[in-house]
Design a protein around this ligand. Sequence first.
Ligand SMILES: [Zn+2]
Length: 479
Amino acid sequence: MKKFVTAVMLLSLLCSLIIGTGSGAAAAATTVPKLFLNGERLQTPVDPRFVDQYTFVPVRIVSESLGFKVEWAGKNVNISNGSNKIVLTLNSKTAVVNDREVTLDAPPFADKSTTLVPLRFVSQQLGLSVYWEKETQSVHLYQQESPKSPEEGSGSTGSGETGHNPDDAGALGTLSSITFDGISSVYLPYSGDISKIETQVLHNTERFVVDLRNTVMDSGLTANLENGQSSIAIDTHPSFTGIRYSNFKDKPTTVRIVLDFSAETPVNIVQEDGYIRLDVLEPGSVVVPPPVTTPGKDKPSNGKFKVVIDAGHGAHDSGATANGKVEKEFNLALVLKIKALLDQEPQIQPYFTREDDTFVELMDRAKFANDLGADIFVSVHGNKATPTATGTETYYTRDNSKALADVLHKHLLKATGLKDRKVKPAGFVVTKYTKMPAVLLEVGFLSNKTDVEIMFSEEKQNEIAREIVAGIKEYLKVS
Ligand SMILES: [Zn+2]
C-alpha cells in the first residue's frame, strides 16, 4: 500500500473538504469519511458525510468524547464543559459560543436523532486540529493540547520532562532511525504500524513539524536524546538546516520530528514499505523556471550532444550503505560502464561530474552541467530503506525533464527487472538547479537483498549501462 501526502495537497484537501466543488460533491456522495479523534476511530450513530460543499460530523459523539455535555432543548443543542458553552440551533447558521454569536459555514441538521455540524465549526470551537488522510478517506481530529514542540518546551514543564522514558502505552509503531540522504530526503524507517501522521507548517522561523502518533523510538534513537530531544545539523541543502526530534509522553505516545529551514520550503511525505520519507524540496523563491528545450531539434554546433553523467556521492560521502555495499561505489562502477559506451557514440560528447572516488558538491554538479550548456543530465544513485523496499525509480523536478525521465525509466526498468516504482517528481538539487532536462535514477535498493545483488552484478551493470545509453539515444533521437 502506498500513501502519498503532501503539505500542499493536505491544504488543498482540507480546502476541498470545506469548500468542495460541484464534481467533488457528486463523487463525495458515495464516500463516507471515517472519523478519528486523537487516533481513536469514533463509532458514530450516523455516518459523517459530505453535503454540498462541507464535511459534516455528528456533534454529540465528538463533543462527548472531549468531555463536553450535550443536551437538547427544543431546536437547540447545548454543548458545555463548565467553562465553555456552545448553543447550536438546527437549520440555523447562527450559533452562540460563550454568549457570542458565531456564523457557521452551513446550518446543522438532524439525521435520525443525530445532529450533524460542519467539521470546521467543530474543530474551531472545540479546539481541534484537523488532518485529512486521503488514502483512507479519514478525518483525524486532534486535541490541540498535544505535544509541546521542543522549541516551546523551555522551562520547567518543557522538554526535560517529556521525552524521558516515554510512556509507550498505545504505541503501534517503532521508529528505528532518522537519516538524511545528503540531498533532499529524510528517511524514517520503522517497524510495526505508523498510520497517524500529523503535519504542521510553521512560519516566522520556518519549520515543518511531523507528529507520528502511537509511535515510540527504538533504543538506538532514544540513546541520542538529551533532555528529551536530539538534533541533526544539515549543511548540504540550500534551505534545510537541521532536524530535531523528540519523544512525547502523550496520548497517544508521539514522536515529533521538526525540520528547520532558513527559508520557506515545501515538503512531501511519502509512506511505504516500512518507511516514511520526507522529501524536502527547494525553497520556492530561488527557483527560476528554466527555458524548455526540445531534444533532437537543434544539433549542437560541433554536431555532438553534450551529455552529463553524474555518479552520486563520492569520497567521504558514501551515500547509502547496506548489506556490506556502498552506494558511491555502485554509482561510479555503473557510470564508468556508461562512459565506455558513450565514448563510442559519434553524436554524443559525454561529460562526468566525477570519474573516480572524489567528492563534488551538489550545487557544483548542477553548475558543471549548466556551464557546459549540456543537453541532458543524468544522475545515478542507489536507494536505501527497510529490507523489504525494492524497485527502480526515476526522479525529475522540472517539467522539461519529464520526457527524459519517462524514456530513461522505461529502459532502466527493462534492465533491472525490478519492481516499477515509477517516475516521480522530487526536488533534488541536481535535478532542480540544472537548466537542461535532468533526471536522477534510483536504480535499486542497497538495503534489499535482491536489488543489491542485481546492482553489484557485473553482468547486470553492463545491461543497465546499455539500457541507459539506449534511453539517452532514444531521447536525443540519435541512432
Ligand atoms: Zn544517493
